[in-house]
Design a protein around this ligand. Structure first.
Ligand code: UDP
Length: 139
């Protein structure tokens, strides 16, 4: 996959709080093109596998519980410098530290329920996109 793509999820808190439309609007307004998108609920297995890299961290169990607590929107996004620009658009992991105007600053309430996911490298963007989408689901 090209390195001008990233992977995102709108997490269960943002979906439950009615922010899907506003977040997609911010993403598109920032110049990202939607390559793929789906509305799904993760199982313990899929959420556990997706976050396997955090398995040893103290928040892993809570993270898996939270990510399976309701539906999410998963998407692949395209823009020059996508991974870095998207991390800038969403802001710091802890919304209390997220810059003014970022998605987490506007729509997240806590470090665990922080509204959105954004890949942290080109390599992970590709792995995460392949985890959710087949080649026939990308446009
Ligand atoms: N997380 C958490 N507690 C923490 C740190 C992280 O619940 O102390 C959750 C949070 O949902 C975060 C995810 O674990 O988005 C992955 O953590 P990471 O450090 O990779 O942050 P991100 O890349 O999402 O900003």
């Amino acid at each position: 996959m090209a390195t001008n793509r990233t992977f995102t999820m709108i997490k269960p808190d943002a979906v439950a709080n009615g922010h899907i439309g506003a977040i997609l609007n911010d993403i598109i307004a920032d110049g990202f093109r939607i390559v793929a998108m789906k509305y799904i609920q993760l199982t313990k297995k899929t959420a556990g596998d997706f976050y396997a890299v955090h398995k040893e961290r103290p928040f892993y169990g809570e993270l898996v519980n939270f990510m399976t607590s309701g539906p999410i929107v998963a998407a692949i996004l395209e823009k020059d410098n996508a991974v870095e620009d998207f991390r800038k658009l969403i802001g710091a992991t802890n919304p209390a530290e997220a810059a003014e105007g970022t998605i987490r600053n506007k729509y997240a309430k806590s470090i665990d329920a922080n509204a959105v996911h954004g890949s942290d490298s080109n390599e992970n963007a590709e792995i995460e996109s392949n985890f959710f989408f087949s080649q026939f689901e990308r446009f």
